[in-house]
Design a protein. Structure first.
Lengths: 378, 253
């Protein structure tokens, strides 16, 4: 069988133009597909950054909340009601909102401000400089060192600036697991200071973070929260709700679908047509092989091998190209939001398999239909 | 006279000839209803080991159709073919493919060589289909290219060769699996007169042996001299079998 495959490979590879067109077509389609889905995966993972960084098991919120960044404030009383639910180990408030920082040069920079529960500091970031307790100090804020950090002028511990006309002092630098999507720097302070500094609506609690006594208590907590008119989501549920929002309510999903369809159509039309014309060009020779004594199964094997070979080569090149490009982009833009997940790779592989399958299906049909007698007759 | 093991003399009309092919009542029609045409009607003949049998007749007389049924690539509507005692049309499609691979060599009018493979790779194809190791198949191919006088063209693509050379490559490909039966349809049609004669002369002197039977369809009367017998066809029927010119041409050589 190896010899037959070697012949099959030579037949295709020695036809430089078609071989190149096939591989370029599939590489391009795979590249486009992986690029788009990686971007999408990056956006989705960034959009839930706060949920991961805070790390709470259960999030209680207004039922209308769609993403973590657009919270709907709840009355303070809800916190006590949640605390009194059976199965709740503890529940703390979280403030999440936006503010304006006036920088030393007089310009303004939007920031995300996270206000942590004063007693527990639940959801605290990992400290790089200073102590987390310094957050209690006068006007204390902790700056997150991520790719947006420089937008604040890379402040050091002890630096001061104004937030919404209040004096703020950097008392520590911290790191979080995941960057946000919106390209603004993050600051942490206490819940009470966040309320002091930032303009408030009548209600102030963005989220209530709940730790259940055990996983078995989650359904009861969910029911209890629902009874007081709010909703309790586990971390994974919240993340998938956010993903759902970005996928179906922002046009990102539609765009992804369109681009994937384009990648597929481009790949299929370039590769499918090239492969088909390769088969047609060699059709009489395949017929001669049949006359000589090659079985249909062997002919099909040859064709599938040819289609499989160019597809997998194109797949390797396409994913490699994409990985290289993302790597290069990251080197220049640290917050470039693209990640290649196993899902992306599988999706592109699926597309390649379909392209190869469709292309070879037409080829195989033609080759099976050709009669050695017609070849012999000339 | 009757020494069947000497190459080239099994045509002798004595009891010594052995049957390589027996065709009986071969019939084939194409189309249906109004358009039905009967291409071959009730053709029966025998061909012997060690002979070259020419099939001649006007265009459309059914030569190719008949020979395709004999060589296992076109199923007859009626009749049977036995090659070396094997009733070929009782075999399954795959068995028949194997049988062709091992027993029959084909030379097509348009050669049908792969332009993207080298000459040697083209010649090696039957052995490769037979799962011979690549290197062995390639060295066998070189040996057969040497036999047809093209040893130095093994590594070029066939399109770089002249028509006569390509035909010799096709013959080398048909011979490499050592077939008992060789079938050539109009082997000289795409060649000029001298080249055609040289090819058939080569087939007569180098390819024919006493275990082999060669069937050649041709219009080309200039090569009739190389035939042991000539089978005439007209309107799908055999109108007669006569001795060819090879007695005259080769007796006493
Ligand atoms: N596949 C087919 N479909 C329809 N008719 C066919 C087919 N093959 C052959 N025929 C008809 O059968 C008859 C015999 O054809 P065949 O090719 O066997 O003749 P031939 O003697 O080989 O002719 P030529 O010398 O031109 O090659 C012709 O009338 C031809 O039109
Ligand atoms: Mg013919």
């Amino acid at each position: 069988m190896f010899g037959i495959l070697r012949i099959a490979y030579k037949l295709l590879a020695n036809d430089r133009t078609k071989f190149t067109a096939l591989i370029v077509g599939i590489t391009f389609a795979v590249f486009l597909m992986v690029q788009m889905t990686a971007m999408f995966a990056g956006v989705l993972s960034r959009s839930s950054a706060t949920v991961y960084n805070v790390g709470a098991s259960i999030w209680v919120m207004d039922p209308a909340v769609q993403t973590v960044s657009n919270s709907i404030p709840m009355p303070d009383a809800v916190l006590d009601q949640v605390r009194s639910l059976p199965g709740v180990k503890f529940a703390v408030p979280l403030y999440s909102g936006g503010g304006l920082v006036k920088l030393a040069d007089g310009t303004y920079q939007a920031v995300t401000i996270m206000g942590l529960d004063d007693t527990t500091l639940f959801g605290r970031p990992q400290m790089l400089k200073g102590q987390i307790e310094d957050i209690y100090g006068e006007s204390g804020f902790i700056a997150v060192v991520d790719s947006e950090y420089t937008k604040l002028g890379s402040p050091k511990v002890g630096d001061e600036f104004e937030i919404n006309d209040n004096r703020a002092r950097i008392v520590g630098l911290a790191r979080v697991a995941s960057n946000g999507l919106f390209g603004v720097p993050s600051l942490y302070t206490t819940y009470s200071r966040a309320l002091q500094y930032l303009p408030n609506t009548r209600f102030t609690t963005s989220y209530i973070l709940v730790e259940p006594k055990s996983a078995a208590d989650i359904p009861a907590i969910r029911d209890g929260v629902a009874r007081i008119g709010y909703i309790a989501l586990t971390r994974d549920e919240f993340v998938s709700q956010i993903s759902h929002f970005y996928t179906f309510k922002t046009g990102i999903g539609t765009n992804l679908l369109m681009m994937s369809a384009i990648a597929f159509i481009v790949g299929l039309s370039i590769s499918g047509q090239t492969f088909y014309s390769f088969i047609l060009e060699n059709l009489e020779k395949f017929g001669a092989l049949k006359a000589i004594g090659m079985t249909s199964r062997e002919l099909i094997t040859m064709i599938l091998f040819q289609a499989g070979f160019v597809s997998l080569t194109g797949y390797g090149l396409g994913t490699g190209l994409c990985a290289t490009m993302i790597w290069l982009a990251r080197a220049r833009l640290p917050d470039y939001a693209s990640i290649i997940t196993a899902g992306n790779l599988l999706l592109a592989l699926g597309m390649v398999v379909v392209i190869a399958g469709v292309s070879s299906w037409f080829g195989v049909r033609r080759v099976l239909r050709i009669e050695p007698f017609d070849i012999f007759r000339g | 006279m009757n020494m069947p093991d000497t190459p080239g003399n099994a045509f002798t009309k004595t009891g010594a000839k052995t049957v390589a092919i027996r065709a009986e009542g071969l019939t084939k029609g194409f189309g249906e209803g109004e358009t039905y045409t009967r291409a071959v009607s009730d053709v029966s003949f025998e061909a012997y080991h060690g002979e070259i049998l020419f099939v001649v007749g006007p265009s459309g007389s059914g030569k190719t159709t008949m020979l395709s049924m004999v060589s296992g690539i076109l199923r007859p509507d009626a009749g049977s073919v036995s090659i070396e005692g094997q009733d070929i049309w009782s075999l399954s499609t795959d068995q028949l493919a194997h049988f062709r691979l091992n027993t029959i060599g084909f030379v097509f009018q348009d050669f049908h060589l792969f332009p993207r493979l080298t000459t040697a790779e083209n010649v090696a194809i039957p052995l490769i289909i037979k799962r011979h190791p690549w290197d062995e198949a390639m060295s066998e191919a070189r040996r057969f290219l040497e036999i047809v006088g093209l040893a130095n063209r093994a590594d070029v693509p066939p399109v770089k060769l002249s028509g006569g050379e390509q035909q010799r490559v096709a013959i080398a490909r048909a011979l490499i699996a050592q077939p008992d039966l060789l079938v050539l349809d109009e082997p000289t049609a795409s060649l000029d007169g001298d080249t055609g004669r040289n090819i058939i002369s080569f087939v007569r002197s180098q390819v024919l042996n006493d275990k082999r039977c060669i069937l050649i369809i041709t219009h080309d009367s200039r090569i009739f001299e190389f035939a042991d017998r000539i089978l005439n066809m007209e309107d799908g029927r055999v109108t007669g079998i006569e001795d060819g010119g090879s007695h005259v041409a080769h007796e006493g050589v």
